[in-house]
Design a protein around this ligand. Sequence first.
Ligand SMILES: *Cc1c(COP(=O)(O)O)cnc(C)c1O
Length: 328
Amino acid sequence: MKENRIDLGFFPTPLQKLENLSKIYPDYNIYIKRDDNTGLASGGNKTRKLEFLIKKALDEGCNTVITAGAQQSNHCRQTAAACAKAGLKCHLLLGGDQPDIYDGNLLLSSILGATIHFTGENRKGEDQEHLKEKLEREGNKCFVIPYGGSNSIGALGFVNAVKELIEQLSEKNMKIDYIFFASSSGGMQAGLTVGKELYDLDAELIPISIDKDETNGFSLEEVVFNIVNELTQKLLISRKIELSEIKLNKDFDHAGYGVITANEINAIDELAKMEGILLDPVYTGRAFYGMLDFIKNKKLPINSNILFWHTGGLPAVFKFAKELGNKM
Ligand SMILES: *Cc1c(COP(=O)(O)O)cnc(C)c1O
């Protein structure tokens, strides 16, 4: 798949054992995959998708990329960086109203040169086609990246990521039984699901739902399923993956997207103080809390090897200074 992508990050990302945490919870061996270290303007899981998406934009002769998200979107920040590197103009459609002071990911997206449009209630790309028409009337050729970079092109980054993981596991002579990660726009989950099938990864995915809202009328399972279907056709995988196989743990998303609770704060606190690794309050804090809940309540077989796939998100910590600073 090499020819379908450009280099935007540092791969393979490190695979490490969480030694201190594995001592505290001696029934399990706990590992971490460091996609927070992909290197693209503070890193994160979107770098893997953008390697394929930006290549496609360049191949189609586009000069402008449009994408969308929340104001603290890590996807939008990494897209802005990728566009800067690839020489493309970047337009971001971000939910909410323009704040007086930009911080966290919003600040970084702006520093990285993106043109930012504030879209009120809409944070999932509802206004993208409208902006595309306007920019094309002005003579641009636009490439629209869907919310979260989650389509069958972006998800190829995570099909590849499974291959990367399998190579690391074989080098280290290791096996992983369960993989926890934050699932939100579905591209990562779809890519991992198909990669698992394609490369015969014998591990169970435990995606933790972050955002309980639907995307353009579809549940997250449906979004993942649609991308999985497109991918299996593209990659000529003969077995049909059923909707019922798309699992999603929804035990931890009740507070709503981007709402920080004691759960996220406790998870950030525990990993930071035990291992010196930083999580973010929106995605990885929530997913890591979910994994700790499985571990603390022994919901998985004793002696399992558990992997937390760290997906990045650090800049959002600074947006939530009040919540995180007060309670620790
Ligand atoms: C986007 C994102 C996710 C979720 O990945 P999806 O492919 O959108 O499901 C998880 N963690 C972080 C930090 C993210 O930015």
